[in-house]
Design a protein. Structure first.
Length: 450
């Protein structure tokens, strides 16, 4: 064989390798899209874009942040957020090299048109400049390759992946602009984080000067996923106001889910044999196991009715922590039936197990001194807790009751864990809830049978 023929053969082999590598990469990208569809994340993802922004990077897609749509925002029925830019500020539990978002029009009564959307790392956590983007991090988001997306009433849309270095424990800015009315705005009421609103299309403004209005809500945005090398899966916390952490300090990330996320990362960094998981929060204030709020679709849907949307459809879920039941006791005008509450919780466990998801359940914390306290309601709480502690409901138990109750009066929260309303914890109480977890309980898969 001549030298010329050898070089030609080598060139042909190299070209073949390039073609095969491209085919493998396209196949992987397609598999990732299929996984999204199975997870219920691709409601308006009409097909993979021809020029996806997703980088050829290694890692696992996990939830970095999420929230539950809790209802239709009051006084937005006519215009929604038409003609305004909404800059949501969210806190990323883990870092990654690419990001994608989910937008929801669950409570809209007509299609939601988003003509521009962007994502950036926040420059600072200071509310005075909290709408400012860090230099060089502003990215335009696309949906199936297009810069605009129309989300039908009751549906959601997932953006294409965009390359962005997301540091863990960072605030992320996700901005959307809608030029036309869409009816009621789908929102999460109790964000405990300040977001911003500006007039006009200010989607890609790096400075927050135009964002003169502050907001206590998250609007439209329900999830931020990242392609992560520091996490192998997602822990979802399903709960009520105790998980929503409505009495925690605003903009401080003192929810028990934030503290648990920090505990996991610190343990991993120290070499402990614990899972590398992110933690996302699906708490809704006032939420119950059995009963929906008013409206259709229901505001504050019950745990049973939102479990698929808020747990099973989240990205790469490995474990769910369930802390529900207190509102079924407190908000029932007639004495609540503990067996019905327990049956509802066991139904959630069965649904999780069917998807291979492990379930950690929380005992119900005390509430003596709260305006709705009665001795009869306390007996129901104790009955439910006895079943939970006996291992008859969940795969593993985190004993929030034991961790926060007053040792001299176990019907009441310990005073320095009490926010003052005798139901919701203080920041110290939320930290104690997170510290009550045995991190080893987050390890392992769901059993075949409970």
């Amino acid at each position: 064989m001549t030298r010329r023929h050898g070089c030609a053969l080598l060139s042909a082999i190299t070209a073949l390798i390039v073609v095969l590598s491209a085919a493998i990469y396209v196949g992987v990208a397609a598999d990732d899209g299929d996984a999204d569809a199975k997870n219920g994340l691709a409601s308006v993802r009409a097909g993979a874009p021809h020029h996806s922004a997703a980088p050829a990077s290694t890692g696992v897609w996990v939830g970095a942040w999420s929230t539950s749509p809790s209802g239709a925002e009051p006084d937005t029925e006519t215009n929604g957020m038409a003609g305004r830019s909404v800059r949501n500020v969210v806190h990323a539990a883990v870092g990654g090299t690419s990001a994608r978002i989910t937008l929801s029009n669950l409570y809209g009564t007509q299609p939601l048109t988003v003509t521009h959307a962007s994502i950036a790392v926040a420059a600072t956590a200071d509310t005075a400049t909290g709408a400012d983007a860090a230099t060089g991090t502003m990215r335009r988001l696309t949906f199936a390759g297009a810069t605009s997306v129309v989300i039908p009433a009751g549906e959601q849309a997932v953006s294409d992946a965009v390359p962005l270095l997301v540091p863990h424990d960072s605030d992320i800015l996700v901005t959307t602009y809608s030029p036309t009315p869409s009816g009621p705005v789908t929102y999460h009421r109790d964000a405990r984080q300040i977001s911003y609103v500006a007039d006009g299309d200010r989607t890609e403004d790096v400075t927050g000067t135009a964002y003169e209005e502050q907001s206590d809500h998250w609007r439209y945005l329900t999830a931020l996923d990242v392609l992560s090398n520091e996490s192998d899966g997602t822990v979802v916390a399903l709960g009520d106001s105790l998980t929503d952490a409505i009495t925690s300090t605003k903009d401080a990330n003192h929810r028990w889910t934030d503290v648990l996320s920090d505990r996991l990362r610190t343990a991993v960094e120290s070499g402990a044999d614990v899972p590398r998981y992110s933690v996302v929060n699906q708490g809704i204030s006032g939420n119950r196991v059995l009963t929906d709020g008013p409206g259709r679709p229901a505001d504050n849907a019950s745990g049973l009715n939102r479990f698929g949307r808020d747990v099973l459809d989240r990205t790469n879920v490995k474990v769910v922590v369930i802390d529900l039941g207190v509102n079924d006791i407190l908000r029932s005008e007639r004495p609540a039936d503990p067996e019905k509450i327990l049956d509802g919780l066991r139904t959630l466990v069965r649904q999780a197990h069917a998807r291979g998801i492990k379930v950690v359940g929380a005992t119900l914390m005390p509430f003596q001194g709260h305006r709705r306290y009665t001795d009869a309601r306390e007996e129901i709480r104790q009955e439910i807790n006895a079943e939970i502690r006996a291992g008859k409901v969940y795969d593993a138990v985190v004993d929030f009751d034991k961790a926060l109750r007053d040792p001299y009066n176990p019907r009441r929260l310990r005073s320095y864990y009490d926010s003052g309303d005798h139901l919701h914890p203080s920041d110290k109480g939320y930290r104690t809830m997170a510290n009550a977890f045995d991190l080893d309980d987050l390890t392992g898969a769901a059993p075949a049978q409970l």
